[in-house]
Each structure stands twice: as structure tokens, then as C-alpha cells.
Ligand binder design. Structure first.
Ligand code: CP
Ligand code: NVA
Length: 303
């Protein structure tokens, strides 16, 4: 059976831990010049319906390092952008390629693509989830904190694709997650209900960033207006007043807390320049780890 990587909830903790271990191994091999051509001769299509820097570069470079070929496609320059049905595109692409990564809008688009694709499909971000990013974030946490076990994670900001994926991660991996989101900008209610059932008592939601950050080990934030929400920027700036991860807020966390941001960042909005450039920030390691974890995900799925 073809396995896809559309959401963390399709995987067990053991399966995701195995990917994290493989990512660490592949990172070490890449740093030491040891060949690891696990996708020798394979082609992975990379379909973008939204902008990207990290996802595009890390997937293209990652496939290349694994001995394969990454094929960039954008909806604007393919028939997908002219209304060719997803199910037709999926079946055709699977006749040429060994795997597909898609970045798009609704989660139902990646679900539909996967339903008709005979090859593994990887979610490179939807409005609902960003699973590759959270796996890279966890690899970064493991590198800096030895393990995610026993840590308290805090989310400050929008209840968006990143926070939804953190909620799934907390429930699957079993760590504490405290989210602070303004009223009206809460995470997806179905995702929250699923996680509360799977892991009661681990995840809490408040409107008070200080309550979320106090004593936390890992602090995470993201832009206030995600891709597709650009027209809401001004009203969101008002709603998110007081949600900037700045030095005063970070001072409430554990003294050795680390700060994550998936990037791109808007300095002076969700994060201050001093925090993203400061000693707690591990955002560049986090960005690098997109490369390593995605190689592990592709190598696990694409045979
Ligand atoms: N973090 C992330 O997914 O970055 P890009 O939008 O640049 O791919
Ligand atoms: N929440 C952001 C993440 C970007 C990587 C967005 O969807 O635009």
C-alpha cells in the first residue's frame, strides 16, 4: 500500500521517531561526505501553488543529495492552474514520477491528490498543516535539548497551520503544549478535539501569552497573516497586539529556553529583532533541518 505524508496523525510515535533518527543519520552522512543515494534514479515532483524559499530549496537539494531528481512545478505554469482536475493530474504525475510533494491551500486538495496517486504524496504545507516543518522543528529540539520528552512547548500567535501541527505533535509524541492565541484566531477545533481525546490534559489554550510562555522550554511563533490571508494583515495587526515574542516575554521562559520560528519572520510583529537574532534563537538550525528530515521522509516513503 502506498503511504503518504499528509498529516502527522497518520503516523505512530515510533514511526515518526524512526524518521527523526534517520534524519540525524543522513545529516551526519551529508556533513561527512558519506554517500547516501537512497533515491538513486528516482524523480520527485515538487508542486507549488503558494510561494516558498525553504521548502523548494530543501526538497530540490535533498532529492539531489539522495541521487534523484527534483522536478519543480508551479500551478501558474502547469495545467493545474488552468483547472485540470486534481485527480487527473495525480494519476498522470504518478505515471512519470516516484513521489510528489505539494504545497497548496486546502487539506482536501492533498487528500484528493493522494487518493488518486499511485506514488507517495508529501504535504509541503496546506492551510491546515505543515508536517515537514514540525518534524524539522523536533529534530532541532532534539539536537539542542537531547530529547523532546518532558519539555513544555509554548505557542504564541495565530491558530494556523503551524499551531495545528504542533497540537497533533504534542498528542502523538506526548509533550506538554501551551498555546496563546487571540480570541477569534484559535487553532482548528477538530484538530484540537482529536488531540484532547488522544492525549487528555497535555494541551492548553489561553489568550495570555505570558501564561503560555512562563517556565516553557521551547517557544514557537509564526506570522500573524499566513499565505492567502494577506488582505487581513491590518486587522490582524490589531488583533495580535501584545503577542510579539520580545525580550520581556521571553524572560518569563526557562533561562535555557530555545526559540523556534519556521520563517519567513516579520520582525517587530510576531517576533522582535533582538529575539530572533538573540542567543535563544535556533531558527537557522531549524531551517537547515528541513533538508535532513525531508530526506528522511522521502527515503522512508519512496521505494
Ligand atoms: N518555513 C517554510 O515553509 O518556508 P518557505 O515558505 O520559504 O518554504
Ligand atoms: N503559517 C505560514 C507558514 C509559512 C511557512 C503560512 O502558511 O504562510
Amino acid at each position: 500500500m502506498t503511504r503518504h505524508f499528509l498529516a502527522l496523525h497518520d503516523y505512530t510515535k515510533d514511526e515518526l521517531d524512526a524518521m527523526l533518527l534517520l534524519a540525524a543519520d543522513l545529516k551526519s552522512k551529508q556533513k561527512n561526505g558519506i554517500p547516501h543515494k537512497l533515491l538513486d534514479g528516482k524523480t520527485v515532483a515538487l508542486i507549488f501553488e503558494k510561494a516558498s524559499t525553504r521548502t523548494r530549496v530543501s526538497f530540490e537539494v535533498g532529492v539531489f543529495q539522495l541521487g534523484g531528481h527534483g522536478l519543480f512545478m508551479s500551478s501558474g505554469t502547469s495545467q493545474m492552474g488552468r483547472g485540470e482536475p486534481i485527480k487527473d493530474s495525480a494519476r498522470v504525475m504518478a505515471r512519470y514520477c516516484d513521489g510528489v510533494m505539494i504545497r497548496t491551500f486546502g487539506q482536501e486538495i492533498v487528500d484528493e491528490f493522494a487518493k488518486y496517486s499511485g506514488v507517495p504524496v508529501i504535504n509541503g504545507l496546506t492551510d491546515l498543516f505543515h508536517p515537514c516543518q514540525i518534524m524539522a522543528d523536533l529534530q532541532t529540539v532534539i539536537e539542542h535539548k537531547k530529547s523532546y520528552e518532558g519539555l513544555t512547548f509554548a505557542w504564541v500567535g495565530d491558530g494556523n497551520n503551524m499551531s495545528n501541527t504542533w497540537i497533533e505533535a504534542a498528542a502523538i509524541f506526548g509533550f506538554k503544549l501551551r498555546l496563546a492565541c487571540p480570541a477569534g484566531y484559535e487553532p482548528d477545533s477538530k484538530v484540537m478535539a482529536w488531540a484532547q481525546t488522544k492525549a487528555p490534559g497535555l494541551i492548553s489554550l489561553t489568550t495570555d501569552p505570558k501564561a503560555a510562555v512562563s517556565g516553557a522550554d521551547v517557544i514557537n511563533t509564526d506570522v500573524w497573516a499566513s499565505m492567502g490571508q494577506e488582505s487581513e494583515q491590518k486587522e490582524r495587526e490589531k488583533a495580535f497586539a501584545g503577542y510579539c515574542l520580545d525580550d520581556a516575554l521571553l524572560a518569563l521562559a526557562k533561562p535555557d529556553a530555545i526559540v523556534l520560528h519556521c520563517l519567513p519572520a516579520h520582525r517587530g510583529e510576531e517576533i522582535s529583532d533582538s529575539v530572533i537574532e538573540g542567543k535563544h534563537s535556533v531558527v537557522w538550525d531549524e531551517a537547515e533541518n528541513r533538508l535532513h528530515i525531508q530526506k528522511a521522509i522521502m527515503a522512508t516513503l519512496i521505494k
